[in-house]
Write a protein that binds this ligand. Sequence first.
Ligand code: BJ8
Length: 425
Amino acid sequence: MTDNHLMWENLGMDVKTHDILCEVLPQAFGDVYLTQENRPNGMDYFNMVVGDIHGLRPAELIKLQEEEGKKVVGTFCIHVPDEVVFAAGGIATGLCSGSQFWVPGGEKVLPTATCPLIKASLGAHFDKTCPFFRICDLFVGETTCDGKKKAWEILSEDAEMYIMDIPQMKRPQDFKKWEEEIRNYITKIEEITGNKVTEESLKEAIVISNNKRKALQRLNNFRKLDNIPISGRDVLLIHQIAFYDDPTRFTEMVNKLCDELDKRKEEEVSVFEKGTKRILLTGTPLSIPNWKLHQIIENSGGAVICEEMCTGIRYCEALVDESGENIDEMVENLAERYLGHINCACFTPNKARIDDIIRLAKEYKADGVIDVNLKFCNIYDTEGYFVEKAMAEAGIPCIGIETDYTDEDAEQLKTRIGAFIEMLS
Ligand code: BJ8
């Protein structure tokens, strides 16, 4: 028995079923990632992390729980501020699941007409096939969309959950309400960790999280170049790992990769052929290991140059103002960033997201936009009306696609995306 198997058994996982995932994941990763030519050496770290994603980091988390008494807090949405957990000496980890492997388990407790991201998250928990779900001391949900809201009620029957009530508008009173929610969250996290959030610890946590965002911004900036030194799928992978890894180590590794990309920039190295069409993706998140669209686009003569997504620029573009001197000011700054600068389709109105897409299309010199919707995500699907209308007005070619985690639509997507890229030529 391997060390990982022993760890998974101790976590009470269904190891036999989980083995099936362990068999298919390396093959999928190899097909999407290791077939690429001229990848930067700095990707080795991220390959290693994903190559043992259910082994390395879980083992590290368990060690920190056992030896240092640290608490692990699992979250599902980028509106939940990690800074609060870090400031209380805890560890925050993402829990959104991106594989069809977990969907049937989710369908045992949820309606089929629920988005795959929610179904996979609950499936991973109830089927006991994800170590991260087993390790967490607390799950933190939020009231962003109806599917999630109701799913948390089901999940909370089997685990300790805390829910943050996110406003659905961005009026002054909504910012006040969100500040209140962050204060209540601090109290909950202090209770779970047994540690106080102090001015000093919160300030430090804000800096740690901003440094991570700055590293990701630095990485994304390389994609604005005419010679793009890194593929879209590699950047996606890094964004996905950002939710799981230790923030300081992650920042260091992203910056190290960026140093290598600086050299590539000087030497005008591109991983794409001249004339490759530049595609901006917008829409619902692509949780690990959902690499389907990037693979199809980049195998069809396109380069993904930006993701206006929570697994992309929406996660790292805005920083928290670091000038707060006391807890009240810092909470205000957190609320400003986590409510004001994340333009999820759960808000009404949400014109700022449309403005973001147009701005990003210009900044990243996109030839076309693909608006991606996970099946049964009603809010992004509906907002697609405004995305397509605004792109038409701005003269930016755009198509909307709806997909899920299965491979059933792969051929159809290849045809549609291939035709779109061809049309851009
Ligand atoms: S801030 S996008 S991470 S809510 S895809 S579960 S919206 S039905 S994931 Fe999201 Fe936060 Fe918004 Fe980002 Fe619901 Fe839609 Fe599913 Fe979604």
